[in-house]
Ligand binder design. Structure first.
Ligand SMILES: [Zn+2]
Ligand SMILES: [Zn+2]
Length: 114
């Protein structure tokens, strides 16, 4: 296994709304296929942060069940993050590369996290 770099950076990033997946090829050649709903639910903005807190406490919250998981535009913010615009108009979150990398559902990443 390769040691992950301190700050992961993507070499290639493709959003595929048809398959509801985000494909990221990282500088260390690791490939991530992240379901878009996972990306949406990890939105780091304060609004979604609160929704996640409510859900974690077992309170009802429809933020994510109503949220669109279709990105309309994706742009790089500086050199450190990805800004995603969703079809429902939500665009509050800046996904840092390390946040995106932490969403990778592959076995190797899951094992390194646990
Ligand atoms: Zn958000
Ligand atoms: Zn992975």
């Amino acid at each position: 296994m390769t040691t992950p770099a301190k700050e992961p950076k993507p070499k290639q990033l493709i959003v595929d709304p048809k398959r509801a997946l985000m494909y990221v090829r990282w500088q260390d050649d690791h490939e991530s296929l992240i379901p878009l709903h996972v990306v949406r639910e990890a939105c780091p903005c304060a609004f979604c942060e609160q929704a996640r807190r409510r859900l974690a406490q077992g309170e009802p919250d429809e933020t994510f069940s109503r949220a669109s998981i279709e990105p309309t535009a994706v742009s790089e913010a500086g050199n450190y993050a990805l800004h995603i615009y969703w079809a429902d108009g939500h665009s509050g979150g800046y996904y840092t590369w390390s946040l995106l990398r932490s969403l990778c559902p592959c076995e190797a990443c899951q094992a390194s996290r646990s």
